[in-house]
Design a protein. Structure first.
Length: 397
């Protein structure tokens, strides 16, 4: 079995070159890109239906552990055995065991993980393949771990910022619906005994309550069917593209969505270029990994222009959803021959801007949500008690 020479990352103290037993993937044929989509697995197609969720949770630590052990000079099979023993997820243990058996039978690491596309996507496969060919497999695994950890960190920040407003709005709407369906009818029956005309806002609320109760057997299934149809439509190519386009055009949220997509684009492209993946193959994978179909389509257009011989900065210029700052910094990176470093700087810059924007949005949303909650619930309560207030005024007069 061939031996790959692996050196520690430049951040670590200099150490003698270490060796690890890992088969080398076959070199690409002339004229073909080395970024090949992962092959579909017949063996694992039904066993790992939750592979994407498992990948998000397990792959960052798996990559980091593999990088540490390979940097220390441990053979790849021994490293996999050690990680397999430490894995807490039973299904992921099976994944690691299958990779180890595949390598022992003569396949390379990238070939082995390509057979499990439910867990290892094209990005992961092509980065490891490039690392095998460049002889810097351990460093590539470290870069992959950093990329995955950065992506998960960004997702957590956005998710935590969006959780609070969604919970508050859901709570307000649930309380309002409960009051309209169950409390307003009680007051309505009480006011009927008065025999007097209700104030306008109270009458509107009573009519809304009676209509909701009367048509609830139709409204509830209709709302459920509409939500189901909308979710199905979002999963179609046209629906997903339309929603991503809407996110980019939406006020306030649009700027955040663009920054998140550009940060992913820049960080992923930087890591792939650093790992030795060819530019055309890198752009194909980045288009899928950026998380927004509109941005991805712009990247694919740029890829076609680069294929004709133009520089990447010129190809990115005037593309929809691609900011001018990215184009200018990319052009500067091309002049200095450090595109990967410049793309990492871009990603770090956008990450800082995202964090600042999320903090501002959170502080701005808190009072707005309190106002929304007060107007919704308080408005219903005031409408219910308006007849009583009027009766008290009449009695006092």
């Amino acid at each position: 079995m061939p031996v790959i020479q692996s050196k520690a990352a430049s951040k670590f103290p200099p150490t003698p070159p270490q060796t690890m037993a890992a088969p080398v993937a076959p070199m690409p044929q002339p004229g073909r890109t080395s970024a090949v989509p992962a092959r579909k697995s017949r063996r694992f197609g039904k066993r790992f239906r939750g592979g994407a969720k498992m990948a998000n949770k397990e792959l960052p630590s798996f990559s980091r552990q593999m990088a540490a052990m390979l940097t220390a000079g441990m053979p790849i099979v021994s490293a996999l055995e050690a990680v397999e023993e430490q894995a807490s997820n039973p299904q992921f243990k099976l994944v690691i065991a299958e990779i180890r058996r595949s390598i022992e039978s003569g396949s390379s690491f990238s070939e082995s993980i390509a057979q499990i596309p439910e867990v290892f996507d094209d990005l992961y496969v092509n980065m490891t393949r490039a690392g095998e060919r460049s002889g810097q497999f351990a460093e590539t695994m470290r870069r992959t771990a950093s990329l995955l950890e950065g992506s998960m960190r960004l997702k957590r920040k956005v998710k935590s910022a969006m959780t609070y407003p969604v919970v508050v709005m859901s709570l307000a709407l649930t309380i309002a619906a409960g009051m309209i369906l169950f409390i307003v009818p009680v007051f309505s029956d009480m006011y009927k005994d008065f025999g007097s005309k209700l104030p306008g806002p109270t009458q509107v609320l009573v009519n809304l309550s009676s209509g909701a109760k009367k048509y609830s057997p139709i409204l509830v299934p209709a709302i459920i069917a509409a939500i189901w149809a909308f979710r199905r439509w979002k999963k179609t190519a046209a629906g997903a593209f339309a929603m991503d386009s809407f996110y980019l055009r939406a006020p306030v949220v649009g700027a955040l969505a663009q920054k998140v997509a550009i940060s992913r684009l820049a960080r992923t492209l930087a890591q792939m270029l650093s790992s030795g993946v060819p530019i055309l193959g890198s752009l194909e994978i980045v288009a899928k990994a950026c998380g927004n179909l509109v941005v991805g389509k712009s990247v694919m257009r740029a890829r076609d222009i680069v294929e004709r011989g133009d520089p990447l900065s010129a190809a990115m210029e005037n593309q929809p959803a691609i900011p001018s700052m990215l184009v200018r910094m990319l052009a500067a990176g091309e002049k200095t021959g450090k595109v990967d470093e410049m793309m990492l700087n871009i990603a770090d810059t956008y990450d800082d801007e995202i964090e600042t924007m999320l903090s501002s949005l959170t502080s701005m949303m808190e009072p707005l949500l309190m106002i929304f909650l007060g107007v919704t619930i308080g408005g219903i309560v005031i409408c219910m008690f308006m007849p009583i207030f009027k009766m008290s005024e009449a009695i006092n007069m």
